[in-house]
Write a protein that binds this ligand. Structure first.
Ligand SMILES: [Zn+2]
Length: 282
């Protein structure tokens, strides 16, 4: 069960025995499907237990495919209509369409090193994978275009969130002032200790007042910092011209909820993966 005092941005629910997290703001659009998986409701065993949606962590591929079928059924999306990013901590974002359906799920991809996906085609479900890194959901309700991006610390330093917004502007005419962005479940500031070399990269990418809100020295541990990745992505979105009221921060931490969510840090790397899903419904 997820430990959460309040639920200002997300709703956690069970569909059968499948745990699903949804963004309440995105649920206001009846033509949109948004979801984030949990560890609940799948067939995987051991450290992958039991809803693992990552094919790159050593789990039995048949179990992962079965998990996609189970999760897809719960949220009403056929795995044949999903397209799964090929995440390698790049800042590469790609426009996808009907020709990419099923790629990374039921057939091989014809693209590589892609951490963000955008589309304006109904019936194609964008899928990205996580276990502490930051999921970014993008919606342009005016042009009916969407994006879904994986932003770990490297992607955040490279501002892949801004690159996703830029590409949606080029491809669909999206204006940041119209856009809604949800920052998905990820590792929270209190649980994310990093060393000086990581913080140095942030100090180059963000100005000093932003840095005061992004990382915090740990008094008791010399050279160690707590890093707030959701806040860093919030700063990027504001820089891009989004209205603060259209940016939604996560209200739960993957590491604090390790019994329900896969967390790389909390498991010492022995873990499965969760996925974010976003689709314009037909
Ligand atoms: Zn935490």
């Amino acid at each position: 069960m997820i430990k959460k005092e309040m639920s200002p941005t997300t709703e956690y629910k069970k569909i059968g025995n499948v745990g699903v997290i949804e963004y309440l703001r995105l649920n206001e659009f009846p033509w949109l499907i948004n979801a984030f998986s949990t560890r609940e409701g799948g067939v995987s065993q051991g450290q992958f237990s039991c809803m693992n949606l990552s094919k790159t962590v050593g789990d039995d591929p048949e179990n992962v495919e079965e998990n996609f079928r189970i999760f897809g059924k719960a949220i009403g999306v056929d795995p044949e209509n999903m397209v799964y990013s090929d995440q390698t901590h790049t800042d590469h974002v790609m426009r996808v369409g009907a020709e990419h359906k099923g790629m990374g799920i039921i057939r091989d991809r014809n693209f590589h090193d892609i951490d963000g996906l955008i589309t304006n085609e109904p019936g194609i479900c964008l899928v990205t994978s996580f276990a502490d890194c930051v999921p970014l959901y993008f919606l342009d309700p005016v042009h009916r275009a969407i994006g879904l991006t994986h932003s770990g610390w490297r992607g955040t330093v490279a501002k892949i969130g801004a690159k996703t917004i830029d590409l949606m502007g080029e491809e669909y005419g999206s204006d940041p002032s119209d856009m809604i962005c949800c920052i998905g479940p990820c590792i929270g500031k209190e649980c994310y200790e990093v060393s000086e070399d990581v913080v140095k990269e942030f100090s180059k990418a963000f100005n000093s007042s932003q840095c005061e809100r992004i990382y915090f020295p740990r008094k008791e541990y010399e050279g160690k910092y707590l890093l707030d990745l959701p806040q860093a992505n919030y700063e990027i979105f504001v820089e891009c011209g989004l209205s603060p009221e259209n940016i939604f921060l996560p209200d739960l931490c993957t590491a604090c909820n390790h019994d329900t969510l896969h967390s790389h840090r909390a498991s010492g790397g022995k873990r499965g993966g969760m996925c974010a899903f976003l689709m314009i419904n037909v």
